[in-house]
Write a protein that binds this ligand. Structure first.
Ligand code: FES
Ligand code: FES
Length: 158
């Protein structure tokens, strides 16, 4: 087994750790850094439950080795807000009932954040396109769309 000592830049903090060369970023975040917000759904690049941002862009963390991340900034759902200070995207999902079982929600939140960071006034087509890599088993798509619209509204008022 091959291991290397690397530094990941996660949620604005350098995290030095020893990784097995076979570990995915998802496995490393969840099992080594205790950041369990990104979920292991399919573990094969199909569902988006594991979505995190890499230099601001959504990626499937199950499809990337920790070793491949390098200096790029990793943002997980834990970076968004706290219970007392929700990020507007989180507040909007809460207000509009954008989560049912909630398993897909962290991934949707990260994809929505990435969209709104670059396109603060998205059309419904823009939102559908930005969220097309995320699957919701509970079929909450209508409420998720409404949540992202609401998040855009909240951000425009901030
Ligand atoms: S767990 Fe990564 S895409 Fe499904
Ligand atoms: S709310 Fe259950 S998978 Fe989306």
């Amino acid at each position: 087994m091959h291991h290397s000592r690397i530094t990941l830049h996660v949620n604005g903090r350098p995290r030095e750790l020893e990784v097995d060369h076979r570990w995915t970023l998802l496995r490393t975040l969840r099992d080594e850094l205790d950041l369990t917000g990104a979920k292991r759904g399919c573990d094969r690049g199909e569902c988006g439950a594991c979505t995190v941002l890499l230099d601001g862009k959504p990626v499937y963390s199950c499809q990337l080795l920790a070793l491949q991340v390098g200096d790029r900034a990793v943002q997980t759902v834990e970076s968004l807000g706290s219970v007392d200070h929700l990020h507007p995207v989180q507040a909007a999902f809460l207000a509009m009932d954008g989560g049912q079982c909630g398993f897909c929600t962290p991934g949707f939140l990260m994809s929505a954040k990435a969209l709104l960071d670059t396109n603060p006034a998205p059309t419904d087509a823009d939102i559908r396109d930005a969220l097309s890599g995320n699957i919701c088993r509970c079929n909450a798509y209508g409420r998720i769309l409404a949540s992202v619209r609401e998040a855009a509204r909240l951000l425009s008022e901030a």
